[in-house]
Design a protein. Structure first.
Length: 133
């Protein structure tokens, strides 16, 4: 959700669309030519895209690429930003949870705070202790 009437959506075609429900239209914002599994809009006027090949992309809301990180071995299923807006968490098909620090005036610090496996019940992955913060 970008605003009360604007949303971002992406899919297997590798494109992210900005959907405007007020004006009943959608526009292609970016095309990364890789299937998209997750999108998260941040409070600092950027959004993150998790891809099929494990890359995490950060874009401005006008579609300019700001950062690209090779995060996971394959699909990034989820992206979460905590309530304090100082940590970004990604989870992927590779059974890892990666936690990153977001610093003031820095888009995203690349160093990983935590890199722990998690269990996906549908895929019956190995259980290891979860990290809680």
């Amino acid at each position: 959700k970008v605003s009360d009437s604007k949303y971002l959506a992406g899919g297997s075609d590798g494109k992210v669309y900005c959907i405007d429900t007020l004006h009943e239209k959608s526009d292609e914002l970016i095309d990364i030519e890789c299937p998209i599994w997750s999108i998260k809009v941040s409070s600092n006027q950027t959004f993150f895209v998790g891809t099929d090949n494990g890359a995490l992309h950060e874009y401005s809301l006008d579609g300019v690429l700001l950062n690209k990180f090779d995060e996971h071995d394959n699909q990034i299923w989820t992206i979460y930003i905590n309530e304090s807006k100082n940590q970004l968490v990604t989870g992927g098909e590779d059974s890892r949870i990666l936690i990153h620090r977001i610093l003031p005036n820095v888009i995203l610090e690349q160093s990983v705070i935590c890199n722990l496996p998690y269990k996906n019940v549908l895929l019956n992955k190995t259980i290891e202790p979860l990290y809680q913060f």
